[in-house]
Design a protein around this ligand. Sequence first.
Ligand SMILES: CC(C)(COP(=O)(O)OP(=O)(O)OC[C@H]1O[C@@H](n2cnc3c(N)ncnc32)[C@H](O)[C@@H]1OP(=O)(O)O)[C@@H](O)C(=O)NCCC(=O)NCCS
Length: 299
Amino acid sequence: MPDPLTTPAAELPVRRLGPEDLDRCLALSEDRAWGREERKWLFLLENAEVYAIEAPSGELAGTVTLTRYGTTAAGIGMMLVATRYGGRGLGRRLMTHVLDTAGDATVFLWATELGRPLYEKLGFETLGVTEARVGRLRPGDDPVLTRPADLGSDLDADPGFDPGSDLDALLALDAEVFGADRAALLARLFAFAEQVRVVEDETGPTGYAVSWRAMNNMLFIGPVVAGDEAAARALVTDLARDADGLVRIEVERTRPGLLDWLGERGVSQAFSTSFMVHGGRPLPGDRTRLYAPMMLAMG
Ligand SMILES: CC(C)(COP(=O)(O)OP(=O)(O)OC[C@H]1O[C@@H](n2cnc3c(N)ncnc32)[C@H](O)[C@@H]1OP(=O)(O)O)[C@@H](O)C(=O)NCCC(=O)NCCS
């Protein structure tokens, strides 16, 4: 195995990882003080393309994930290079690899301040700033305005799979808003989720949102798809009602009303990332109804 300390980055092999590589991914995350996000890494290893450069010791020198939504769009995440291999072109090598793999898709990512200079060099443009908010959400005395989605039986566990009455409607709604095919991924997310809730009018579901457990039992909320901000708040409130701990949600700065409301309810701790798109390409879908992404690593 070539040594990243002595081999030019352009000559280093990039390998696709699988669930069996979980421990090595966790070790790399810890090296960059990102924490052991075990459930999230496993979800990515099972449902996204995870690429890595390996060191002769067997450790990972760097990783990046690519989540392809048909041929229309693709999200990049988990761009990590181990501290001892930093500044040697591994980040550029990995990013160039996934950009080539993504082909003609519109490629997007959320960048930390450490990552942004590299992405700018490779042709990404910043379209906005997203705040990751963490806190204990106080539901106040809001009434319950949403209901649990009927998603039928577990796709993996039940050979006589019953799709449930909401599945088709939620997938169709999501396709309209996200603008690219993520039906298979959403089906996996619904199985992984703590809760999926729906808002509706007389025509059927007009919004939905998902909560899922991550590191330290924190409850992540996303995606949130809604017709207006009041509906988005209702979905978030109802998902967080029984959270029993911290919740996390990512919201763009172009939604100050929602951010202020989260702050008033106690979800105020934040860090921000830049939302970047490659080559100034247009994003598909109707993003006005996308109030929060599924997860920053995927879109
Ligand atoms: C961001 C990160 C992946 C960069 O990896 P890296 O292997 O050190 O980057 P490279 O050596 O490939 O750098 C590629 C180019 O970007 C530039 N660059 C990288 N980081 C930079 C920084 N913080 N400031 C300015 N320029 C930077 C390099 O100068 C280099 O330019 P060149 O190719 O024209 O010479 C790495 O620092 C890291 O893992 N950081 C912690 C985790 C993180 O924040 N990841 C980003 C998540 S969005």
